[in-house]
Design a protein around this ligand. Sequence first.
Ligand SMILES: NC(=O)c1ccc[n+]([C@@H]2O[C@H](COP(=O)([O-])OP(=O)(O)OC[C@H]3O[C@@H](n4cnc5c(N)ncnc54)[C@H](OP(=O)(O)O)[C@@H]3O)[C@@H](O)[C@H]2O)c1
Length: 306
Amino acid sequence: MVSSEMNIVTGSFGYTGRHITQRLISAGKKVLTLTGHSDNGSLFGGRVSAAPFNFDNPSELVKSMRGADIFFNTYWIRFPYGQETYEKAVENTRILINAAVEAGVRRIVHISITNASSDSKFPYFKGKGLIEEAIIHSKMSYAIIRPTVIFGPGDILINNIAWLLRRYPVFAIPGSGDYCLQPVFVEDVADMAVNCACQEKNLIIDAVGPDVFTFNQLVSLIAEKVGSRACIMHLRPGLALFLSKLLGYLVRDRVLTNDEVGGLMDNLLVSPGPVTGKMSLAHWLTENKNIVGSGYASELQRHYTY
Ligand SMILES: NC(=O)c1ccc[n+]([C@@H]2O[C@H](COP(=O)([O-])OP(=O)(O)OC[C@H]3O[C@@H](n4cnc5c(N)ncnc54)[C@H](OP(=O)(O)O)[C@@H]3O)[C@@H](O)[C@H]2O)c1
């Protein structure tokens, strides 16, 4: 890629998209972000221009994308809320893909999830599978990156486990807790995205870190790092989800979703393939034990308060 090339990134002011954007800017690329937070333009010192998603006005979307070489797509919803449903998120993503094709974008780098499948019984994983199929059948060359749980500064899931462990005397694990996950560092995901953008061939790779934990081990590790003395107990998944709903009223968020629990318990957040991320969560937690979980990270606040 030459430095004058323009790249489109969804969510440059969000989480994964922010790290991808940082790399592109450092390499001298121009970035236009599609976002619901276009008022955050001062981040990156004004070096990122912003346009709204315009899902209901695809011709504007095409205009925003015209001239771009690569489209980094992170857009997705963590859970249905109000008028936002997984079906609508799939449809919106199709609109993004079609607009990119019409605008002449050469390559898409798409952030999916491990074990995405259009046959999945979990709507999150099914929606992601449908989008992968749409990308594979589009006219763009593609790199599909499939992360497990992403951790790093500003993450939601690992941070909020730490927050709960710091704050409450009891922590509930859904079911036996002997299902596994293989967290990946956000900087590793961003490195993979930018490296894959430079390649020509179509790729599908899992973004998975070097540590595989059972959920029991993960919770114990985080508890140890943040000095929690919470009593860790096991509850039926339905009861754990119900309690997370009650907690959600307190923190005004959706703390945990059916698909997160189901996906975890079905071992969908581990990869049968090679390790592709470098940073170990255990190491990162040691380095960040004083800050991880010091505040609650709210998905609803991030995406529904503008
Ligand atoms: N975080 C994880 O642990 C994890 C794990 C596996 C896979 N992934 C996948 O990685 C990608 C990036 O995840 P992330 O956590 O970094 O996401 P994020 O930055 O919070 O959001 C990514 C993009 O989606 C948009 N978005 C998110 N929720 C939305 C909503 N409810 N309504 C409208 N727009 C919404 C954001 O809009 P704004 O630009 O307005 O913020 C942003 O452009 C996603 O596709 C996700 O499925 C994430």
